[in-house]
Design a protein around this ligand. Structure first.
Ligand code: SAM
Length: 214
């Protein structure tokens, strides 16, 4: 929507480019996806602010910079099939869907999953499928994935997600012993049994709740 062009430009210039996001595909996509359509009517004016915002059921839509940072860290290609754990509003799934071939997204809360499904359909994001369930177990039917992103904080990297990563695939996930403070970790599957871990930066996410989570 034209009314948000100015706020979107500030987000791109100050919060993304200004903080070191360099992937042109990520920048272009975040200029295109209407973030205001993923938040409540009364939150729309704040949609491009440099912070997360509350959505339904006590959950959040992540800060734009964090969405950009995690998307960049996934090192995506146009042919990739991506698994997202934590659909929330559907915003990050929409961003991912503009860069890759197919996005599979899992949300544990049925109300959020259904609202995101309707929103993405209305906005014509046709290469995203949403499943209601425990994402700590991944979504084995569509594995292996070229990239997996987890948008909630886990106590440790869930084993099922490592197993569902293709060789050469990247998993980006907030991991921490505390319920609401984590380190963003990138796990790269380099061979059948060999995974490389890198710590990227400190983050703060809502908890990943499930069999292989909290
Ligand atoms: N990616 C979202 C967006 O763009 O709006 C933000 C996600 S929000 C920070 C984290 C989400 O993870 C919440 O919607 C929460 O319900 C979900 N979640 C927590 N544990 C989960 C699990 N085990 N499986 C799937 N989703 C989970």
């Amino acid at each position: 929507m034209k009314a948000f062009n100015y706020q979107r430009d500030i987000m791109i210039r100050d919060h993304l480019l200004g903080r070191g996001i360099r992937d042109q595909e990520v920048i272009k996509t975040m200029r295109d996806v209407p973030r205001e359509a993923f938040v409540d009517e009364r939150m729309r004016e704040k949609a491009y602010g440099d912070h997360p915002l509350p959505i339904a059921e006590g959950q959040t839509i992540s800060q734009p910079y964090i969405v950009a940072y995690m998307t960049e860290a996934l090192e995506l290609n146009h042919t990739d099939r991506v698994l997202e754990i934590g659909t929330g509003s559907g915003y990050a799934a929409a961003v991912l869907s503009r860069i890759v071939k197919m996005v599979y997204s899992v949300e544990r809360l049925g109300g959020l999953a259904e609202a995101a499904r309707q929103r993405l359909e209305l906005l014509s994001y046709t290469n995203v499928v949403i499943h209601e369930g425990d994402g700590t177990l991944g979504w084995p039917e569509h594995a292996p994935y070229d990239a997996i992103v987890v948008t909630a904080g886990a106590p440790k990297v869930p084993q099922p997600l490592c197993e569902q990563l293709a060789i050469g695939g990247r998993l980006v996930i907030p991991v921490g012993r505390s319920y609401d403070l984590q380190e963003l970790v990138r796990v790269r599957r380099v061979s059948e049994h060999d995974y490389r871990h890198e710590e990227l930066c400190g983050v703060r996410f809502v908890p990943l709740i499930g069999a292989a989570g909290w």
